[in-house]
Design a binder for this molecule. Structure first.
Ligand SMILES: Cc1cc2nc3c(=O)[nH]c(=O)nc-3n(C[C@H](O)[C@H](O)[C@H](O)COP(=O)(O)OP(=O)(O)OC[C@H]3O[C@@H](n4cnc5c(N)ncnc54)[C@H](O)[C@@H]3O)c2cc1C
Ligand code: SF4
Length: 493
């Protein structure tokens, strides 16, 4: 274990963050690593519990607790405490192929499950994970390996988000010849276009892609697969195909005036900003700019927060974030005990930056947009909002606008961050994959589809989720493909 009694001796200390007044001037990452010695002390707080919920990845009452990848957390905490960083790295990558992504992006359900969290601050696991992988890259341990035994099987992964990359990585290491097709001009899925550079510097994604290429994976951009002709050719050429195309259909706003100009989906807004940043350091004018505008964001979740932080950097005049649900409590409710994921109100980086620059939290809870008003040229000029009350109507609970609470907010850029309704149909039609009434592939066996050569993983299979889940799905799907593949070979012999 870490240090005997370390959890009594030491307090939790999180990674540093760049001060909001400094970081809103650029798109550099805002989190900063602790010095090595301080991170070792954090690892020393681990108690090596008999039942380490941190690595369990359990669903308790519909709420996740513990790491979905089953990272061997107490083991690498102990190795870090003893300064055995390389061994900690070797232990970490047994279960997680991309700790540099989760160490930056994961909401850390491991920490929610940490036994220390019962009556103290949990061990800081995510920061230690990031420290291990970054030291491994700096020290040259995280280098490509050569795959000696090749199976002679060819596998195509369509979609290069974390699920597709994790599947490609695993299948390649199992000896298969892997190709990844991506329709965008850069690899990475939402890691590249979606999640802003402040949370994940795109050089971190490129660094991993270089390693994967060196291990023999073919990565091909600008390859949208949408037609039956393409799919038929692919099925002839490859032994198995994995659909890892995400859950891309954005949930729309259905109110009068929706057709006004100046309304965008969050991912389009975020992606264009990142593309312009990468291609021209934001000088090509191709981003959707919030400069000098009143910005309203519909959706109080993490995607809305990323829009908030981007709009701050672009120089918005005002930012309002509208959320139809009520604000969660400050502390866990009695019916949401440890080790369940705590449903509590958090002030994320985007809100902190708005508070610093504009003097108030941008979020309005229990609020909805009821109408969009247009100017003479059809451009959005304002939105009408109302407070809502959740009421039981017939058999469902609905948000009813409260009379007398109507208000008009100036708005010349409206961003819709209301989540996603499911995967795009074209790719499933192309491969003749059966779907359920919500548009997700159906099959009796996990990760399979109705087409025996076609598999699926990540958001495309389970719906919009987290990077850590996408990685787990990619790995498990890869083993399922490999297993089926071996089974076929066995039967043929
Ligand atoms: C703005 C935003 C911020 C987020 N922040 C976080 C966070 O901080 N932490 C976290 O854990 N999760 C976060 N998430 C969720 C997380 O990014 C996703 O759950 C994860 O990326 C899903 O991975 P995936 O591989 O299944 O799909 P994606 O990452 O969506 O990748 C799918 C890929 O498939 C490609 N594709 C689609 N159709 C085709 C086709 N027909 N042909 C070829 N290619 C195709 C797409 O271009 C895309 O590159 C965020 C999501 C969003 C939208
Ligand atoms: S991947 Fe996420 S849940 Fe797993 S150890 Fe890392 S931060 Fe925790």
């Amino acid at each position: 274990m870490g240090k005997t009694g370390g959890f009594i001796e030491y307090s939790r200390k999180d990674h540093g963050v760049r001060a909001p007044q400094d970081r809103i001037g650029d798109y550099g990452e805002f989190s900063q690593r602790l010095p090595e010695d301080e991170q070792k002390i954090q690892a020393a707080r681990c108690m090596n519990c008999g039942t380490p919920f941190c690595q369990a990845g359990l669903d308790i009452n519909g709420k996740l607790t513990g790491c979905p990848l089953h990272n061997l957390i107490p083991e690498w905490n102990d190795l870090v405490f003893r300064g055995k960083w390389q061994e900690a790295y070797e232990r970490l990558v047994l279960t997680n192929p991309f700790p540099e992504f989760t160490g930056r992006l994961c909401p850390a359900p491991c920490e929610a499950g940490c036994n220390l969290g019962l009556n103290d601050d949990p061990t800081s696991i995510k920061d230690t994970e990031l420290q291990i992988i970054e030291r491994a890259f700096e020290s040259g341990w995280a280098k490509p390996i050569s795959i000696v035994n090749r199976t002679g099987k060819k596998v195509l992964v369509i979609g290069s988000g974390p699920s597709g990359l994790a599947a490609a990585h695993t299948l390649n290491r199992l000896g298969n010849q892997v190709t990844v097709f991506e329709r965008d001009d850069r690899m990475g899925g939402l890691l590249m276009y979606g999640i802003p550079n402040m949370k994940l510097d795109k050089r971190i994604v490129s660094r991993r892609l270089e390693n994967m290429k060196s291990e023999g994976i073919r990565l091909e951009c600008n390859m949208p697969i949408t037609s039956k002709e393409q799919a038929d050719q692919i099925l002839v050429e490859y032994d198995a195909v994995l659909l890892c195309c995400g859950s891309k259909k954005a949930r729309d706003l259905s109110v009068p005036g929706r057709e006004a100009l100046g309304i965008y989906f969050a991912v389009d807004y975020l992606s264009r900003n990142t593309k312009s940043l990468l291609e021209s350091d934001l000088t090509d004018g191709k981003e959707i700019s919030a400069k000098g505008k009143h910005v309203v964001i519909v959706g109080g979740g993490d995607t809305g927060t990323d829009c908030t932080a981007t709009a701050v950097r672009q120089g918005a005049v005002s930012i309002t974030q509208i959320e139809i649900m009520d604000c969660p409590p400050e502390k866990r409710d009695y019916n949401n005990p440890w080790p369940e994921w705590p449903v509590v109100c958090k002030q994320d980086y985007g809100q902190q930056e708005v508070i610093l620059k504009y003097g108030m939290d941008p979020r309005r809870w229990l609020t909805t947009i009821t109408k969009i008003n247009k100017g003479f040229s059809g451009e959005i000029i304002s939105v009408e909002v109302s407070r809502v009350k959740w009421e039981k109507v017939e058999n469902s609970i609905v948000a009813v606008p409260l009379k007398g609470s109507e208000e008009i907010l100036s708005c010349d850029l409206l961003l819709i961050a209301m989540g996603f309704t499911g995967p795009e149909a074209a790719i499933m039609d192309a491969f003749s994959v059966e779907v359920n009434n919500r548009g997700y592939p159906v099959s009796d066996v996990l990760f399979h589809t109705s087409n025996p050569k076609v598999f699926t993983a990540g958001d495309q299979r389970r719906g919009q989720s987290l990077v850590v889940w996408a990685i787990r799905e990619g790995i498990e799907c890869a083993y399922e493909v490999n297993h089926s593949d071996l089974r076929t070979t066995y039967v043929l012999l």
